[in-house]
Ligand binder design. Structure first.
Ligand SMILES: [Ca+2]
Ligand SMILES: [Ca+2]
Ligand SMILES: [Ca+2]
Ligand SMILES: [Ca+2]
Length: 92
């Protein structure tokens, strides 16, 4: 009985892995499903989020300042929350 149980568990795990690869639920292939991944297109297995704003450090434009909107008016990669001058792309 235990053997059968182990086989079934193994098959279930294989099925889940196949399903994930087929539906592309893990775009960055970091092992975290997109639906719960705090950086769906950046591989960040640790899911570390220092400022707890829901954006993983790997894709947060201000990793140490909570800024859910990720606003960045001058598009220099530094969010308004941590950009010394968010209207001048030469100043961060
Ligand atoms: Ca990710
Ligand atoms: Ca964050
Ligand atoms: Ca942030
Ligand atoms: Ca900026």
């Amino acid at each position: 009985m235990n053997m059968l149980k182990k086989m079934m568990t193994g098959l279930t795990l294989i099925s889940i892995a196949a399903l994930v690869s087929l539906c592309g639920c893990d775009a960055d292939q970091d092992g975290v499903f997109d639906i719960t991944d705090n950086c769906p297109t950046t591989a960040n297995f640790s899911q570390f989020d220092a400022d707890l704003d829901g954006r993983g450090d790997a894709c947060d434009n201000c990793p140490n300042d909570a800024n859910v909107d990720q606003e960045d008016q001058d598009n220099d990669g530094a969010g308004a929350a941590c950009d010394a001058n968010d209207l001048n792309p030469l100043v961060q």
